[in-house]
Every structure is written in C-alpha cells, then in structure tokens.
Design a protein around this ligand. Structure first.
Ligand code: CP
Length: 308
C-alpha cells in the first residue's frame, strides 16, 4: 500500500494497513543506524523543523538524528529560545516557519490539538511529537515496533499499561494502536488516574497492579508525573510505589518471557525498581533505538517515499 496522508497527527485514525506500512518501513531503516557511516541520501535537500514547546530528550533527539541519517537539514526550535518568549502565537510562528519552505514540521505542544491546528494552517506535512494528554503517535509506533521485533507479532498478546492512564498521551496512543493490531490491552492505576470511559475503548481495567500483571506478555510502566502529587491523585510517592511499582517480586506474576517497557524518563523506585529497569526483561533502550527508525520511516513516507 501507499502512504496517502499529508500529516501524522494520531494513531486513532490509522488503519491496520497504515500501521503495518510504517512498522515495515521502520524495520527496513533499522540497519542504517548500525553502519559505520550512518547516512543515506534519501532526504537530501529536504528541511525538517523540530518545533518543541515542551521539554524532550528522546523524541526531539531522535527526530533530529532520524532527519540527519536521511541527509535532511534539521532545525531545532525550542519555545524557550524562540520568539514564543516574546509572546508570538503558535499561528504566527507557524506562518513564519512556513514562509521559509520547510518540508516537514514536527511539533510537541502542551495543548491537545495544537498539531491539528498547525496541520490545517500550513502546507508541509506535520508530525505530532506529543500534544498535551491527547496523543504521542510516534511513541506508540516505536513501542509496537519493539514488541513486534521481540515477540514476532502483536495479535493476541496480553499487554498491561500501568500508571497515570488518564493523563498519559502514551497510554492513549498505545491503546488505539494495540487494539487496532489485535492485542488484548489491560490498564491499571489508582482509581483517580483511570478515565471513566476506558471500558468503552475495549480494554480491561484494574485498580490492582497484580491483577494487570497476571499472565502479561508485555508490561508498559508509565512515568508518574510528580507534579500531579499536588493535585491529590495519590497520597504520596511512597504510597504509589507500594501499590504500583514494578519490582522483583510482582514481576513473577507475568509470563516468564515478559517484556518490560517504559517510554522514559523513568522515576526509579517510584513506578519501576532499578533492578527491573536495568534487568533481563527490560527493552527500554531497544525502544529508544527503534524510535530513530520509526521517525526515519515517517519522515520518508510523509515526504513522498513509497514504503517497502
Ligand atoms: N518518551 C518521550 O516522549 O520522551 P521525551 O519526553 O524525552 O521525548
């Protein structure tokens, strides 16, 4: 199949075939990052603008590396060092960037829907690098790529997503993607962090970590957003860790070949014990490696590549 969309704004609207096209294309790019000369001329002469209104280590760096490995010129704009600090609106920023003829704009923004507004305004393709608590599509794609490469499939796997489900764009994108690909999704977290409409999305919902872990093929632990402690979503970090930290004892409830995942950044000892994050079940750094390949695939497909 051919990629037909102008933008990559979310996983929710993607078909199984579109997800497979991205994952297959990413698989074909992974080898480039293992070469001594990690560069191909595919996007020579193209310009990729990374516009980040929120902090990022993995996503921003891997978009920059992905562009560079495809020989694109990559420009990073951070809200703290741009005219955003002088009060320039997103719309004015977008129009000024468009006037410089970029070929792709990647945006991370704290407001849900900001990439959609940008995509409606500008001609070049827009990629959502995370918008508020809405979606983080490239994270879900790299997560699916990692699971598929380790397990050989996504269908019929029991995948537990644990933590602050209500405020997590990673959880939302993964639920959409994994359900589309035929996985069985289970979520768990404190009742205050579980959205009421979860069951409508076709996922199993638990307020017990142990129930979610039982028989899991994959466990995805989410970062607890420390800043939410002030909002009384949970009594204390110690209480959260007592009930929801993945550790050397409760991991035994999952399948013996379980994969442990985390989008990062990690709060060690809060949602995941260090010995699990660094242990034999962890594929956390594989996720980061695959993130470069997924972003190479999207830059390639959105600039007219036909896929593999
Ligand atoms: N996983 C993720 O989005 O990490 P960053 O916030 O560092 O980009």
């Amino acid at each position: 199949m051919r990629w037909e969309r102008k933008d990559m704004l979310g996983i929710r609207d993607l078909s199984r075939e579109e997800i497979l096209l991205i994952l297959d294309t990413a698989d074909s790019f992974i080898e480039i990052s293992t070469r001594e000369i990690k560069k191909v001329p595919t996007l020579r002469g193209k310009t990729v603008v990374n516009l980040f209104y929120e902090a990022s280590t993995r996503t921003r760096t891997s978009f920059e590396i992905a562009g560079k490995r495809l020989s694109a010129d990559t420009i990073n704009i951070s809200s703290t060092t741009s005219s955003v600090v002088k009060g320039e609106t997103l719309i004015d920023t977008a129009r000024n960037l468009e006037a410089m003829n970029p070929d792709v704009i990647v945006i991370r923004h704290s407001a849900a829907g900001a990439p959609h507004m940008l995509a409606a305004l500008v001609k070049p393709p827009v990629i959502n690098a995370g918008d508020g608590a809405h979606e983080h599509p490239t994270q879900a794609l790299l997560d699916m790529m990692t699971i598929r490469s380790k397990k050989g499939r996504l269908e019929n796997l029991r995948i537990a997503i644990v933590g602050d489900i209500a405020h997590s764009r990673v959880a939302r994108s993964n639920i959409h993607g994994l359900k589309t690909m035929g996985a069985q999704v289970v979520v768990a977290g404190p009742a205050t962090m579980l959205p009421r409409d979860m069951a409508l999305m076709g996922v199993e919902v638990h307020s017990s970590l142990e129930k979610a872990l039982t028989g899991a093929d994959v466990v995805m632990m989410l970062r607890i957003q420390i800043e939410r402690q002030q909002q009384n979503f949970f009594p204390s970090l110690r209480e959260y860790a007592r009930r929801f930290c993945l550790n050397g004892r409760n991991i035994g409830l999952a399948k013996e070949d379980v994969l442990v995942m985390h989008p990062g950044p990690i709060n060690r000892g809060v949602e995941i014990a260090p010995e699990i994050a660094d242990g034999p079940f962890s594929v956390i750094l594989d996720q980061v490696t695959n993130g470069v390949a997924v972003r190479m695939a999207l830059l390639y497909l959105l600039t007219g590549g036909r896929g593999f």
